[in-house]
Design a protein around this ligand. Structure first.
Ligand SMILES: Cc1ncc(COP(=O)(O)O)c(C=O)c1O
Length: 465
């Protein structure tokens, strides 16, 4: 343990102080509090010098891993580096200082940002209009499904109570459908990872409200049969919902509106310049095609105009890149992902070898070092060992289609040197697994916290000593 890993209370020494206040200017002894409100014993605060305080908090800030401290190849969650200028713009006092209850005519600038973002997202996706009410991707899914249900109900089509969800879908898709009161029908993927159109056909009928699809799907593969799927689903009277959380590789290249989708959500906090993760503020705007426009929620922003700072960053990001440059994000991310995939497939199991779009999935180590007397190393062990080498782990055990899933997404902002360093470490870990799997099973060895009980840590976090 490093000296400054100690609790600030352990650094405390009686009488030591990190501040000096001027003598009181108040006349007499200052304000006299009533006896019953006065503290009976002194406040138990740590007594430390200024330098101890500065070191304590600086060290604390570095005990966690962030996208500003290193490569973060988290598949499906798109933890990409976001330009700091967007942060600066969103936190400009002219925007951050707005009061949510200010009269409408005094927030015209903010309204203009929201309208401008609506138009930019409509141009990018091929949809008519957006509601900025949802504050997360899953929230967007629920909103979108409610719009879908409203559409059918308004046509007197109340028997449409089922929604089709591929077996590769993100877990929030079936969860949102369930919360919306819809029954979930699963459609299977083919061995190549794409939705099995033959499995889909018999599921379609007068009880189907629609299908939820992610494209590229959660295996990072482009659903190339999407046009056929759209005409089959529309043919049975259903609608197509696009989970746009994976929209980044398509920016400026392909529009979900042109693929035949009717409703979509985007994750501004993944694709458009707000870091994702940790339950921070998000924005999952929902867009609708012309046919569904009458069912778009009004007002289009949630309380206090939605998560305005997230929207502000997204707008700044889109305007900064512009029409031409935004097209480069996808190809660069796709190139990086395929480069890693091809460089590691001789040491990690690659269940689906086709060209991936921005993320791909390994199914654990090719040689995990298991012997009769020694258990092998798992995907969890690889992920933990990566931390020792200063890389954040990829997404693990998702999608559920593979037992040892290791889902990697490099994002467009990573250089070839960073990708090469990651590849080298992944290869080192593969050799370590073959030679000494125990080294991985007991990893991480160099982090402040080693292997917490992750379920308890997530459900019942103790954030203070
Ligand atoms: C494909 C997909 N859909 C939906 C979501 C849900 O988004 P959120 O976490 O903002 O609710 C995610 C989250 O990462 C995702 O990857």
């Amino acid at each position: 343990m490093k000296y400054y890993d100690k609790l600030i209370f352990e650094l405390s020494r009686p009488g030591r102080s990190g501040y000096s206040l001027p003598a009181s200017f108040a006349p007499g002894k200052g304000i006299s509090l009533p006896e019953n409100l006065r503290r009976k014993s002194s406040l138990d605060l740590p007594q430390v010098s200024e330098v101890d305080v500065v070191r304590h908090y600086t060290n604390l800030s570095q005990m966690n891993f962030g996208v500003d401290t290193g490569f973060y190849p988290l598949g499906s969650c798109t933890m990409k580096y976001n330009p700091k200028i967007n942060e600066e713009i969103a936190s400009h006092p002219l925007f951050s200082g707005l009061h949510p209850l200010q009269p409408e005519e005094t927030v015209r600038g903010a309204r203009e940002v929201i309208d401008g973002l609506d138009k930019a997202l409509a141009a990018i996706t091929g949809f008519r209009h957006f509601t900025f009410l949802p504050c997360a991707g899953a929230h967007g899914e629920l909103t979108g499904l409610m719009i879908m249900r409203e559409y059918h109900m308004a046509r007197g089509d109340s028997a449409r109570t089922k929604v089709i969800v591929p077996d590769s879908a993100h877990g929030t898709n079936p969860a949102s459908a369930h919360v919306c009161g819809l029954e979930i029908v699963e459609v299977k993927s083919r061995p190549d990872g794409l939705v099995d159109v033959e499995d889909l056909k018999p599921l379609l009928g007068p009880d189907i409200a629609g299908i939820m699809m992610t494209n590229p799907n959660t295996l990072g593969l482009f659903e190339k049969d999407i046009k056929e799927i759209a005409s089959l689903v529309h043919g049975c009277g259903g609608l197509l919902y696009y989970d746009g959380a994976n929209m980044n590789p398509l920016l400026g290249k392909v529009r979900p509106g042109d693929m035949g989708f009717d409703i979509l959500h985007l994750n501004l906090h993944k694709t458009f310049s707000t870091p994702h993760g940790g339950g921070g503020p998000g924005s999952g705007p929902v867009g609708v095609a012309e046919s569904v426009l009458p069912y778009l929620h009004i007002p289009v922003t949630s309380g206090f105009h939605g998560n305005f700072a997230v929207m502000m960053r997204a707008y700044a990001y889109i305007l900064m890149l512009g029409k031409e440059n935004i097209r480069m994000a996808g190809p660069l991310a796709v190139l990086g992902a395929n480069y890693i995939k091809e460089s590691l497939k001789d040491v990690y199991k690659l269940p689906i070898g086709s060209v991936c779009k921005h993320e791909f999935v390994f199914d654990g180590l090719l040689n995990d070092g298991a012997r009769d007397d020694v258990p092998g190393a798992t995907t969890l062990d690889v992920a933990k060992r990566l931390l020792d080498y200063g890389f954040h782990a990829p997404t693990i055990y998702f999608p559920l289609l593979f037992h040892q899933a290791l889902m990697i997404e490099p994002t467009e902002t990573e250089s070839k040197e960073t990708l090469d360093a990651f590849i080298a470490v992944m290869r080192t870990i593969a050799s370590e697994a073959a030679e000494d799997p125990q080294l991985l099973r007991s990893a991480p060895h160099n982090t402040p916290i080693r292997r917490p009980d992750e379920t308890t840590a997530a459900r019942n976090p103790i954030v203070k000593a």
